[in-house]
Design a protein around this ligand. Structure first.
Ligand SMILES: [Mg+2]
Length: 278
């Protein structure tokens, strides 16, 4: 043990996991969030959201530690969170940022190069602007503006037919993009996933103490790389689809409740297994 304390880490998806699928409330998770905070265990969001969307949410959650944005495209660590700035990070507006994907401009340029082949078949967030994003997503103008402050990826709304959509995705992938389908939008970014960002951040903690246990919680297939990267995977029931199809069978917790109810159930079971529940 020595003087370096054991480190426990919680990585969590947001929509449909810590946040209710419909209301975006995390109220049922609050008592356990407070419990984790008292124990000094960080809750690290891993989300498709942007830094501009996540910062206000971190305040609401009462969390002051790192978070992972744009589906694993970058890790943001508040400046001074660790005693020393991690290698390969840049200080941007009070955060040490580890970028794992090319900047947004790379992806918008790639998309522009496909306009001639797929005329009128897609609209990017950049083209849609705040008003268009608000209309397409139901976000209010301020939320739409935050969603549009992307740094490492570009969401695309597909307007063409299904057959052409597969060809469009293939073209993007040929050019080194990774395309993740989520609802009405395709997220275009680098060949990365939530798992790489989680592994990088775990390695930063491991330089500062013994990482005793990690847990990841998610409700959909884009969470699988993150769920495979942690010691324990909590698969949160979704009201809309099956549990994420993880390959692992050991160290898996399936929740009965969905959203933050399932989140609390999973964290509770994980804490008990670690001997950390009062
Ligand atoms: Mg989700």
């Amino acid at each position: 043990m020595g003087d370096s304390p054991d480190i426990y880490l919680v990585f969590t998806d947001l929509d449909g996991t810590l946040l209710d699928h419909y209301s975006y409330s995390f109220k049922p998770a609050r008592p356990l969030l407070h419990h984790l905070q008292r124990k000094g265990i960080p809750v690290i969001p891993v989300s498709s959201k942007t830094r501009a969307e996540l910062e206000p949410l971190m305040l609401q959650l009462g969390e002051a530690g790192p978070f992972i944005v744009e589906n694993g495209a970058a890790v943001c660590i508040p400046e001074g969170y660790f005693a020393r700035q991690p290698d390969n990070t840049r200080t941007i507006d009070g955060c040490w940022v580890r970028a794992l994907a090319e900047p947004r401009g790379h992806w918008t340029a790639l998309l522009e190069s496909l306009v001639a082949e797929f005329p009128g078949a897609f609209a990017t967030f950049s083209q849609m602007g705040t008003r268009g994003i608000a209309a397409a997503t139901g976000l209010d103008p301020e939320q739409a503006e935050r969603a549009n402050r992307r740094e490492f990826s570009e969401p695309v709304r597909w307007l063409g037919d299904e057959g052409e959509r597969a060809l469009f995705i293939a073209r993007l992938e040929e050019s080194g993009a990774r395309v993740q389908a989520g609802g009405r939008f395709l997220a275009v970014s680098g060949t990365l996933d939530k798992g790489e960002a989680v592994n990088w951040l775990c390695a930063q903690y491991a330089q500062r103490g013994r990482v005793a246990a990690t847990v990841a919680l998610g409700d959909s297939d884009n969470d699988i790389p993150m769920l495979e990267a942690a010691d324990t995977a909590v698969l949160v029931r979704s009201p809309e689809r099956d549990y994420p199809a993880v390959a692992r069978s050991a160290g898996v917790i399936y929740t009965h409740g969905s959203g933050p109810v399932g989140w609390a159930e999973g964290i509770s079971r994980w804490l008990r297994a670690q001997g950390l529940k009062d």
